[in-house]
Write a protein that binds this ligand. Structure first.
Ligand SMILES: [Zn+2]
Length: 192
C-alpha cells in the first residue's frame, strides 16, 4: 500500500487490467485523480464525455471514466462511499485567491498533479478536470453548487480497473472546504 501524505500527490503507470484501490484512511478526505493514455498523452480523462456517455453527473459503481477520444479509460468496480464529483476543476492557487481571499502560497491539487506528472512530460496546461473521489458537491434544482464535507468514513474506498495502459495522478486534496477543514492522507494500492 502506498501513502500520499496530506496536501501532496503521486503519479504512476497502471497497466490495462490492473486495478487501483483509492482509500480514505481517516474519513472526509478528497482525492483528485487525472488519467492519460500511457501510449499517447494527448488522450486524457474527460468529464464531459463521461457525464454524456454515463448519462449522469454522479459517477459510482458500474460507471466508466471516458477519454476525450471517447474511449473507456477505467471502470468503477466498487465504491463503498458512493459520492464523487466530476464537475469541479482541481483546486489551484487561484482557487484560494478568488474564492477565499487567501494571500500567499497555498498547496493545491493542481500543483500536486502537474509536479508529479512532470516526469511523464505532462505540463500544467494538459491537466483536465479531475475525477474528485470522495468529494461531496451538492446542487439544488436551480443548479446552485455547494462543496459539503465528504460523506466518506475511515476505510472507504473506490476500486477502479484500467481499460487501457494509463498514467495516473492522484492527490490528497489541499483545499480546506473540500475536506471539512482538515487535511489527511490518501492511501492507494495497485492490484494485478
Ligand atoms: Zn484539491
Amino acid at each position: 500500500m502506498q501513502v500520499i501524505k496530506k496536501q501532496s500527490g503521486a503519479a504512476f503507470k497502471l497497466k490495462k487490467g490492473q486495478k487501483l484501490k483509492v482509500i480514505d484512511p481517516e474519513g472526509e478526505q478528497v482525492s483528485d485523480m487525472v488519467l492519460f493514455n500511457a501510449k499517447d498523452r494527448r488522450e486524457k480523462l474527460s468529464s464531459g464525455k463521461t457525464l454524456d456517455f454515463e448519462e449522469s453527473i454522479l459517477i459510482s459503481t458500474g460507471n466508466f471514466l471516458w477519454s476525450n477520444r471517447s474511449n473507456k479509460m477505467m471502470e468503477l468496480l466498487e465504491d463503498t462511499n458512493g459520492r464523487n464529483d466530476f464537475l469541479l476543476a482541481p483546486c489551484s492557487p487561484e482557487t484560494f485567491e478568488v474564492m477565499y481571499d487567501y494571500e500567499g502560497y497555498h498547496p493545491s491539487c493542481f500543483e500536486n498533479l502537474y509536479t508529479n506528472l512532470e516526469k511523464f512530460e505532462i505540463e500544467p496546461d494538459d491537466i483536465p478536470t479531475a475525477f474528485n473521489i470522495f468529494m461531496n458537491v451538492q446542487f439544488d434544482e436551480k443548479g446552485k453548487l455547494s462543496v459539503d464535507p465528504p460523506l466518506s468514513k475511515a476505510g472507504d474506498y473506490v476500486l477502479f480497473e484500467a481499460k487501457i495502459d494509463l498514467i495516473v495522478a492522484l492527490t490528497a486534496c489541499a483545499a480546506e472546504d473540500s475536506n471539512n477543514g482538515s487535511f489527511k492522507p490518501i492511501h492507494y494500492e495497485i492490484l494485478d
